[in-house]
Design a protein around this ligand. Structure first.
Ligand SMILES: Cc1cc2nc3c(=O)[nH]c(=O)nc-3n(C[C@H](O)[C@H](O)[C@H](O)COP(=O)(O)O)c2cc1C
Length: 378
């Protein structure tokens, strides 16, 4: 069992690096325009990108490399370098699902290297909902946290992925109760995340009302796990065991929609906007919509594995600079000032939000500002 989990992890990394696994649908962030302020009355150098991460530590920039690897000796170096570079930039980093190491202690080092190479970084542990359904509880959650001396634990919800994975676990019964139980007793905060199909208003509201305070929306528009699993199945059998018939491109809550829904459902929570964030403008738009920070996975992995450490540094420097300039050009000194910047939301994003019952103008004028006031009051 555990060796299967470990080899699948390696297969996934190779597959995602070699193929186009990004969704055919967009994040819908392109429908957000932040008003340009030609008179910012600021020095670009004054712009402060720091934010508080889930749990209270401060990041120098509102960015996280979200969970991807570990679980096989050949990918340990990736966690080591991602964490080391995250620490250099003062951003957060997540390890991938620690299931393999919980099942086989000899793999713990492939995750623990992250903390060993970055004693001060914000590091996030990771376990999956299917394991909760199968019996994981507080003990396994604490083990994952302890393995990387984590600042928070991400619990991923990936029903779409499991449904198309050859050996997927599709029993999600009882997951919500388990998450609530773990979140109320764990030594660090829990972040509930998706993996690229997007959290929803309903899911966030249910968990927030039960005390979960951190969410990573991981919406549609970036890495798509239904697509990845179909490709993997095709590579193994010549054709996929379960063809996806369009779900791989079209199913899910686009990132921009998921951010608004999460913020509406959880006005005081920490919300990470992720899924298809590819540059600093995407990041600025995600934050202007109400995210506290943004997450990026595949681009960081591609930069590191294909180009080396300096390619990853170059990517992060560019994204952070673009976000800084966007904040400056919105006339804001602090990045969360983007929550009150005038924005226009049009096209399919407005349509989709309204169809889902969100009063877009009210959201922009009232809800974002209310969350900003709560944040400023601490
Ligand atoms: C190679 C790879 C492995 C991943 N493994 C995990 C995982 O183990 N646990 C998890 O919660 N998310 C995992 N993810 C999902 C990411 O954390 C992220 O939510 C998703 O890729 C969307 O972001 P992106 O479009 O920037 O890649 C993985 C993503 C990639 C690219």
């Amino acid at each position: 069992m555990s060796s299967n989990t470990a080899s699948r992890k390696l297969e996934h990394v190779k597959l995602l690096l070699a193929n186009k696994v990004e969704s055919g649908e967009s994040t819908l962030l392109e429908h957000v325009r932040i008003a340009h302020n030609p008179l910012p009355e600021l020095d670009l150098e004054e712009v402060d990108l720091s934010v508080e991460f889930c749990g209270g530590k401060r990041l120098k920039a509102p960015l996280m490399i979200t969970g991807m690897t570990g679980g096989h000796k050949d990918v340990a170096w990736i966690n080591e370098k991602l964490a080391m570079i995250a620490e250099e930039f003062g951003i957060a980093m997540g390890v991938g699902s620690q299931r393999a190491a919980i099942e086989d202690e000899s793999l713990a080092e492939t995750f623990a290297v992250a903390r060993k190479s970055a004693s001060k970084a914000v590091i996030v542990a990771n376990i999956g909902a299917p394991q909760l359904a199968k019996g994981y509880g507080l003990r396994e959650a604490e083990r994952a946290v302890e393995m990387v001396e984590a600042d928070a634990l991400a619990i991923h919800l990936n029903p779409g992925q499991e449904a198309f994975q050859d050996e997927g676990d599709t029993d999600f019964r009882g997951v919500m109760k388990k998450i609530i139980e773990i979140s109320s007793k764990l030594s660090v905060p829990v972040i509930v995340k998706e993996v690229g199909t997007g959290l929803s208003r309903h899911a966030v509201a249910a968990l927030y009302n039960a005390g979960v305070m951190c969410f990573d929306v991981a919406g549609l528009g970036g890495t798509n796990w239904i697509k990845a699993e179909v490709l993997r199945s095709k590579a193994r059998h010549g054709e996929p065991l379960r063809p996806a018939g369009g779900l791989e491109d079209l199913w899910g809550n686009p990132t921009a929609v998921a951010i608004v829904e999460a913020r509406l459902a959880a006005p005081k929570a920490f919300v990470l906007g992720s899924g298809g964030i590819r540059n600093g403008l995407d990041a600025a738009r995600a934050i202007a919509l109400g995210a506290d920070a943004v997450g990026m996975a595949l681009p960081a992995l591609r930069a590191l594995v294909n180009g080396g450490e300096d390619a990853l540094r170059k990517l992060l420097r560019a994204v952070i600079y673009q976000l800084k300039v966007s904040t400056f050009l919105a006339g804001e000194k602090r990045v969360l000032g983007l929550w009150r910047a005038p924005i226009s939301v049009g096209g399919r994003l407005r349509e989709e939000l309204e169809e889902r019952g969100v009063e877009v103008d009210r959201y922009i004028r009232v809800h974002r500002l209310r969350s900003l006031m709560w944040r400023l009051r601490g």
